[in-house]
Design a protein around this ligand. Structure first.
Ligand SMILES: Cc1cc2nc3c(=O)[nH]c(=O)nc-3n(C[C@H](O)[C@H](O)[C@H](O)COP(=O)(O)OP(=O)(O)OC[C@H]3O[C@@H](n4cnc5c(N)ncnc54)[C@H](O)[C@@H]3O)c2cc1C
Length: 412
């Protein structure tokens, strides 16, 4: 190790990248390990599943994030807290490597939670990474192409044209809304025979959708979905996902061409394996300075952690604030100062609900907006938060391209 203390950061998500951008590189040597060699701006991921925005417009290669950092494409498999080393596995090579650290930052996010429903991993699609969005986009187009072949049975055609979302949180709602826009705006032009035959359904086990949003906004969304023809079935748990459909707890069989599973998060394999205290959902418990109490040289932030006695949400804004905070705290430690505790500043929530309408729930400012103006606000808010200038230009270009020429429905 050289003169500077080494910080090893696990992950290239919101928490990790916000930290990397602000850490003092004259004080610390920064090494990042992550299987994903890019940062992904997830709030616009649902838009990429239907081609409103292109995949590469919302990612930034980690090696371009900042000069002077080092990156290794691998997954951390274990942490030796005694020797202060981590063991990792290279992504494509499978080669094992070990690294020493002075400070370790665990920012490995979370995995999709299946709630042990059988068949989810085999037959449903998740929406977490760019690769997931690409698979969904291909499957939507494949269903449309297969349904348009002459001689196909009516039963099979109806199945292929039924798109199902499981989970009524913001991701499920936004995906259903984007899919609806695709069907409404682009189907008539490219698949005139299928117009009016596509059905979108959303199943939610609880009795409400968007349960973190204000009640009026939830009711507005339910009515808006009804107007758009999206079937909303709340209080309807799924028992099993099958090849070609769903089985509900009430015994009903739901044939479907695509099933997108979006029911929340659980801990990653690494987080599960670490011998630290966890909360009920498996998130690593940290103190108010984001340290693992038994090992103050180890920090955990973002979706993989929770603050003991002061629970925080699993959102991008929280992860970003924690990343920035930790950079400041570590810079202060280097200067011989003690860091102040982390404080979450809740900026509220936004969600897209289709046909150029969005929701904004900002309790601090007593704002509960919905509709077209909120949609413009939603777009501007995400546009300004996009990481780099290049991403801003690409996303703006994609929005204009979609408005003028429609979405690209090629499959290759
Ligand atoms: C479709 C979608 C839409 C969303 N929309 C919003 C929104 O509008 N607003 C909002 O606030 N939040 C939104 N979220 C949630 C938000 O994306 C997460 O809360 C946020 O990404 C958490 O940041 P993080 O840094 O903790 O984890 P992530 O951003 O998930 O990053 C985790 C990183 O850790 C890496 N990693 C995993 N395992 C290992 C390992 N073993 N070793 C090393 N690295 C590892 C991963 O490859 C990844 O780079 C959305 C999420 C999704 C999926």
């Amino acid at each position: 190790m050289n003169q500077r203390k080494r910080i090893v950061i696990l992950g290239t998500g919101f928490a990790a990248i916000s930290l990397v951008k602000k850490i003092d590189l004259t004080a610390y040597e920064v090494m990042i390990v992550s299987p994903r060699n890019h940062f992904l701006f997830t709030p616009l991921l649902p838009s990429t599943t239907v081609g409103t925005v292109e995949f590469r417009s919302i990612i930034e290669p980690v090696r371009k994030t900042r000069k002077g950092i080092e990156y290794m494409q691998g997954s951390c498999r274990s942490v030796d807290t005694e020797r202060r080393t981590i063991t990792c596995e290279g992504v494509d090579s499978g080669v094992e490597f070990t690294m020493e650290y002075h400070h370790l930052v665990i920012a490995v996010g979370a995995w999709n939670n299946t709630f042990n429903v059988p068949g989810v991993r085999e037959h449903a699609r998740f929406l977490k990474e760019v690769t997931d969005a690409r698979v969904i986009r291909e499957q939507v187009i494949s269903c449309l192409e297969r349904a348009d072949i002459p001689g196909i049975s009516m039963e099979e055609r109806n199945r292929l044209l039924h798109f199902v979302v499981v989970g009524g949180g913001p991701t499920g709602i936004e995906f259903a809304a984007e899919l609806h826009d695709l069907i409404e705006e682009d189907l008539g032009r490219s698949y005139p025979h299928l117009k009016g035959e596509v059905k979108i359904s959303l199943f939610e086990a609880m009795n409400t959708i968007l349960n973190s949003f204000d009640g009026n906004l939830r009711r507005y969304t339910a009515e808006h979905f009804k107007r758009q023809g999206i079937e909303l079935r709340v209080g309807t748990p799924v028992q099993e996902v099958l090849d070609g459909g769903l089985k509900l707890k009430n015994g009903e069989m739901i044939p479907a061409g695509l099933i997108v599973w979006s029911t929340g998060y659980g801990p990653t394999g690494l987080a599960q394996s670490l011998p630290f205290d966890k909360d009920r959902s498996g998130r690593i418990l940290v103190d108010e300075c984001l340290r693992v109490p038994a090992h103050p040289e180890i920090y955990a932030l973002g979706d993989c952690s929770n603050i003991a006695g002061n629970a925080v949400p699993q959102t991008a804004q929280l992860a970003m604030q924690q990343g920035k905070y930790l950079a400041k705290a570590l810079n202060a430690i280097h200067d011989g100062e003690s860091p102040k505790p982390f404080k979450f500043n809740n900026l509220g929530m936004l969600a897209y609900v289709g046909e150029s309408k969005a929701l904004a729930d900002i309790p601090k400012a007593n704002i509960r907006w919905r509709g077209l103006i909120t949609y413009i606000f939603w777009r501007s808010a995400y546009f300004t938060r996009l990481i780099g200038f290049k991403n801003k230009v690409l996303v703006l270009f994609d929005w204009i391209k979609t408005a003028v020429f429609g979405r690209d429905l090629s499959k290759f």
